[in-house]
Design a protein around this ligand. Structure first.
Ligand code: SF4
Length: 191
């Protein structure tokens, strides 16, 4: 078979398994090793869908005080029982979402009457949430229902869990919600 322009280009691309007679598998494996050779690995869970695939996030940066860490690679966790190293195309884009400049990295509040979201510290956010919980609970708490039965419920609040919450976290969250008497609750218990 003669060598056409098309077969020549196909053989020569990095995507082909052979390039002009050279086996590229080893070279590709080396490239990958080089890319993550100085990174820190963090195990996490893909936040997108109910499958909850395990991921390894590779971060570059020596953790020195003035160094800015950057995520350079995200891949499926080969030791994870759900996905065993694989990721769907959506999960494979996680690195770009993490590095997206529009990603929210701090709590925000929209004050009464304002049309703008304002960034606040985590300490301020926790203090304000605690204040709102106390005010709402005091205002809405129902000790007995219309039949005089003790119900101790707080219908002024609802709670929803996050998609990467573990079973252990959801257990603690459920205890906390029950202590507050919150009847409306949901979680994405999948991890
Ligand atoms: S990698 Fe894909 S299948 Fe797995 S949790 Fe993420 S979105 Fe779902």
């Amino acid at each position: 078979m003669g060598l056409t322009r098309r077969t020549f280009l196909k053989a020569g691309t990095v995507g082909g398994s052979l390039a002009l007679g050279f086996d590229l598998h080893e070279a590709r494996a080396e490239m990958r090793e080089f890319k993550i050779s100085r990174t820190t690995e963090t195990r996490s869970t893909c936040p997108y869908c109910a499958v909850s695939c395990g991921v390894i996030i590779h971060t570059l940066g020596d953790k020195a005080k003035n160094a800015t860490a950057s995520v350079v690679h995200v891949e499926g966790d080969p030791d994870h029982p759900i996905n065993r190293g694989t990721l769907c195309p959506k999960g494979a884009t996680l690195r770009d979402d993490i590095n997206n400049p529009n990603r929210l990295t701090s709590p925000k509040v929209r004050r009464a009457g304002s049309d703008k979201w304002e960034a606040i510290s985590w300490d301020d956010a926790i203090a304000q949430i605690a204040k709102h919980i106390k005010t709402t609970r005091d205002k809405c708490f129902v000790e007995k229902n219309a039949k005089g039965q003790v119900v101790n419920r707080n219908p002024g609040m609802a709670m929803i869990g996050g998609c990467t919450d573990t079973n252990e976290f959801n257990y603690l969250q459920w205890k906390f919600i029950t202590a507050l008497g919150i009847p409306y609750r949901d979680s994405q218990a999948r991890v």
